[in-house]
Write a protein that binds this ligand. Structure first.
Ligand SMILES: Cc1cc2nc3c(=O)[nH]c(=O)nc-3n(C[C@H](O)[C@H](O)[C@H](O)COP(=O)(O)OP(=O)(O)OC[C@H]3O[C@@H](n4cnc5c(N)ncnc54)[C@H](O)[C@@H]3O)c2cc1C
Length: 377
């Protein structure tokens, strides 16, 4: 039975970022347990945009959770985005830096944008709302500053893994067992590993490994498609993340001729909430395509790639990051509200701080799993 100080379950951005920061803290004895990455089992390698903000406009968080929560979420986004950009520079990963734009033709959303933008600006985030005067249709857009990038994320994850050069057990974890002196991690092939601390960064796999999270994390089905277009549109600039119609459509411009887009989840049963699997829906792809064509007056190719997958949201729509309330030797992170690359990167920094120091400067209490518990400690 092999023993480590820390076992990290998952090889997506959350797991690898945790490993990266553990190494910086000089914690050398850790390993990864997770099958080989592919589009279906690792959400991190999907569409490849990174943004400070979540897909929902910030006013939604302010209304639902208050200003402090919104500030903490943006602060976490800033830390994760900055860490991600440092990693990209360190490993010379192909990327395009861009901006986040929210776009609408609805007067009501334009009014909401004005509220959100003014809140952002008064909290130190450069943000403005403008009207696009080109063409015949009215298009209001909110610019959230230079806070987005499209990244060759598969390449980044490979570089991080190679740089860490830690043992990888390419297996699925079926359960963890906690004992007073150690935690055992049991895989589907019957391997048992032990550690003092286990980081559960397995995204969709979290609910099986930590059954207490079953009711806290809610599945959402989603999909993306890649299209080609003739370049030249000012919004369709590489690196930009475009969120249209209350973020019901998202578009990540990956090069001067290609974009990846998704959304239109309202076309799914229950908008994809609590789906047990994600299936590709051609109606969604064609609706997304039509909406982009009409918004930007461009012609898109047939989809060149498509992928359906499940995402997880916390039941209260705030990321869940930190030690578990019933055993602080088990740490987890998920529920990134559509900004998994950025917030997963920040989560890895925060989880490693918990392991090294017993507390985290990066991850504030509002994100800790214990907020979902009504019993006292
Ligand atoms: C359609 C779609 C597109 C998206 N696009 C973007 C985007 O462009 N930018 C963005 O920021 N966010 C995006 N997101 C969200 C984002 O991808 C996720 O929030 C984020 O990648 C989660 O990262 P993670 O490391 O926690 O999990 P993952 O990247 O999913 O990694 C999970 C890891 O755990 C492993 N694992 C799972 N179960 C087990 C188990 N039982 N045992 C062992 N290992 C296990 C997996 O193999 C994998 O290695 C998108 C989501 C969807 C649904």
């Amino acid at each position: 039975m092999e023993a480590f100080d820390v076992i990290i379950i998952g090889r997506g951005i959350t797991g690898l970022s945790t490993g990266f920061h553990l190494k910086r803290y000089g914690i050398g004895s850790f390993c990864f347990v997770a099958p080989s990455r592919d589009f279906t089992n690792c959400a991190s390698i999907n569409s490849g945009y990174a943004a400070i903000s979540t897909l929902d406009n910030i006013s939604r968080t302010v209304h639902g959770h208050g200003e402090d929560a919104a500030r903490n979420l943006l602060r976490l986004g800033r830390i994760g985005f900055s860490d991600l950009m440092d990693l990209i520079t360190q490993f010379k990963v192909n990327h395009h830096a861009g901006r986040v734009y929210r776009l609408t033709q609805s007067d009501m959303e334009a009014q909401e944008m004005a509220v959100a933008s003014s809140w952002l600006a008064s909290n130190g985030f450069p943000s403005s709302v403008s009207l696009d005067g080109r063409g015949t249709r009215k298009l209001t857009y909110q610019s959230d500053g230079a806070a987005s990038a499209s990244i060759n994320i598969g390449s980044l994850l490979r570089h991080m893994e190679e740089d860490l050069s830690r043992k990888i057990f390419p297996e699925e974890v079926i359960r963890i067992e906690t004992a007073p002196r150690h935690i055992s991690v049991v895989t589907s092939s019957g391997t048992t590993l032990t550690a003092e601390v286990v980081v559960v960064a397995s995204h969709l796999g979290i609910k099986k490994i930590i059954p207490n999270m079953e009711s806290c994390l809610v599945n959402h089905a989603d999909q993306w498609a890649e299209f080609e277009f003739d370049g030249g549109h000012p919004f369709l600039t590489p690196g930009n993340l475009l969120l249209a119609d209350f973020s019901q459509y998202w578009i990540s411009v990956t090069s001067d001729r290609k974009l990846r887009a998704g959304g239109a989840r309202y076309l799914r049963k229950w908008a994809g909430v609590e789906a047990s699997r994600a299936h590709l829906d051609e109606k969604i792809t064609s609706t997304v395509k039509q909406r982009i064509e009409s918004l930007f007056d461009v012609k898109l190719s047939k989809p060149t790639q498509q992928q359906a997958l499940l995402e997880l949201r916390a039941c209260d729509e705030i990321p869940i990051i930190g030690p578990m309330y019933n055993d602080s030797r088990v740490l987890m992170a998920s529920g990134y509200m559509g900004s998994g690359l950025t917030l997963g990167c920040a989560a890895g920094r925060g989880l490693s701080e918990f392991i090294a120091n017993g507390r985290s400067k990066t991850v504030q209490a509002i994100f800790h799993p214990k907020r979902l518990r009504s019993l006292t400690e």
